[in-house]
Structures are given as structure tokens and as C-alpha cells.
Write a protein that binds this ligand. Structure first.
Ligand code: GLU
Length: 250
């Protein structure tokens, strides 16, 4: 971490298409969201100015390669901590707990649970746990894998897919700005999000862990949750969401 501060720059992989977590404003070119705000807090803790942080779009399948190639220093991009990924990169402790769910058009009456996706055309994203989970939980689904969730949601609105499946919090943020969409099926997995770091950077992971502990204790986490996710319907209050957060993950 000291090296990063000395370099005077931090390059962070975030999402550009996900409301609430990482969304790029097409007019201003600014990215913002819960993940982006956490990355800014990390930069601040390193003594960097906001302008010293460069945000790079890291779609799901690019997150691990970008870390491995040194294209980014950190990934803060709705990334679930899994044993398989942990073999390739370092993770911080969990900073958010989501669970996989299903987004459909409001008028849809045929999909109520994950098993109902069998025989249906479902969109998810390459390189995500969502895609993997669908293969095991709805093996007969006609799974279409794109590069972003925004493209999946657009495709469903244009009747190319009957459902989109990924983490509930991602889907809920899309539904929050579009009354024609609804979530169904509850949470059928647990997705603890971690900050991703290059393999071997355990000192950096420890530093980020200490920051997460501080944000949870000093109100920063609650403030950012309320700011970025507060308007999303059906979410627990900040204190409750914080209380559900596991201290460790697989
Ligand atoms: N949290 C899941 C994952 O890390 C799905 C969300 C995403 O693809 O960003 O794969």
C-alpha cells in the first residue's frame, strides 16, 4: 500500500453499468456508486487526492485478468468472494452481503422461483457466479451470457429474454428506476462481496480489512449505504444490512 501511495496514483476496476454500485454518467463521464465510493475512501486513506484515482471499467470476466496483468491495483466491482477466485487473487473481508435472485417483467406470471427458469431464456453475465449458479440450479434454462447486466436488462425489455438473474441488490437497483420490472424468487445463494487485490498482496488486503472495520464502526458504511442504496425498494435498513455482514467468507 505504501508503494501505491508513493506512486501517487490508484487504478481501480469498477462497474460502469450498475446503478447503485458503479454507474458512469454518460454526460459528465463521472462514475459513482457504493463500490466507487469505497474505492475513494481507500484512496483517501492512502493520502491520495480524488483526481489521483483512475476508474477503469472491469466487467465481470475482466476482474481477475485485470488484477493478474497489473492493469488495476484493486477491483471493487460487486465481486463475490469464492474459493475458486481466492486461488487466483487476494480478497478483503466481506464488505457487502448479497444473494442471487431473478428479475422479470412485471406482467410475468410464469417465473416465481429459480427452478422455473428451466426451459426459459435467461440472461446473465460471463465470468460471474450468477452464470455458474444458474448452470447448477436451473440446468435446463436456455442461458444467454452477455458482458454486462445493463445489456441483459435491455434485452429483456426488448423481449429477447424472459428473465435476468444475478445478485438481488444489482437487480433491485435496476428495478428501482423502472416500474415495468420486478424481482422474484428470493435469495437462492449467498454472495459476500470483497475488494479484489493481486495475488500475493496480503499486506494490501490487511490494510483494506482495517479500513472496512473502521467504516463499519464509524458510520461511514451506513452513510454510503443510505446514500447509494437508500432509495432501493425492499432493502433492510443500514444497521440491519450491516449486522448481516459475515466477518469472513469462503
Ligand atoms: N457477485 C457476483 C459475481 O461476483 C455477480 C455480480 C457480478 O457479476 O458483478 O460474479
Amino acid at each position: 500500500m505504501g508503494k501505491l501511495a508513493a506512486a501517487g496514483k490508484l487504478t481501480v476496476g469498477v462497474k460502469f453499468d450498475q446503478p447503485g454500485f458503479g454507474l458512469k454518467d454518460p454526460v459528465s463521464g463521472q462514475v459513482d456508486g457504493f463500490d466507487v465510493a469505497l474505492a475513494r475512501e481507500i484512496g483517501k486513506a492512502l493520502g491520495l487526492a480524488e483526481d489521483d484515482i483512475e476508474f477503469v471499467e472491469a466487467v465481470s470476466q475482466d476482474r481477475i485478468p485485470f488484477l493478474a496483468e497489473g492493469k488495476v491495483d484493486l477491483v471493487v466491482a460487486t465481486m463475490s468472494i469464492t474459493a475458486e477466485r481466492r486461488a487466483q487473487i487476494e480478497f478483503s473481508r466481506p464488505y457487502f452481503l448479497a444473494g442471487q435472485s431473478i428479475l422479470v417483467k412485471r406482467e410475468n406470471s410464469t417465473i416465481a422461483k429459480v427452478e422455473d427458469l428451466n426451459g426459459k431464456t435467461v440472461c446473465s453475465v460471463q465470468g460471474s457466479t450468477s452464470e455458474q449458479n444458474l448452470r447448477s440450479k436451473a440446468p435446463q434454462a436456455n442461458l444467454q451470457s452477455l458482458t454486462t447486466y445493463a445489456a441483459c436488462v435491455d434485452g429483456m425489455k426488448n423481449a429477447r429474454y424472459e428473465a435476468v438473474s444475478t445478485d438481488d441488490i444489482i437487480l433491485a437497483a435496476f428495478a428501482a428506476s423502472d416500474a415495468s420490472l420486478k424481482l422474484v424468487g428470493g435469495q437462492f445463494t449467498q454472495e459476500p462481496y470483497g475488494v479484489g487485490l493481486p495475488k500475493g498482496k496480503t499486506d494490501m488486503a490487511q490494510f483494506v480489512n482495517s479500513l472496512i472495520a473502521k467504516w463499519l464502526a464509524d458510520g461511514t458504511w451506513d452513510r454510503l449505504y443510505n446514500q447509494y442504496l437508500g432509495k432501493v425498494e425492499g432493502l433492510p435498513k443500514a444497521a440491519e444490512a450491516r449486522g448481516r455482514l459475515p466477518a469472513t467468507a469462503p
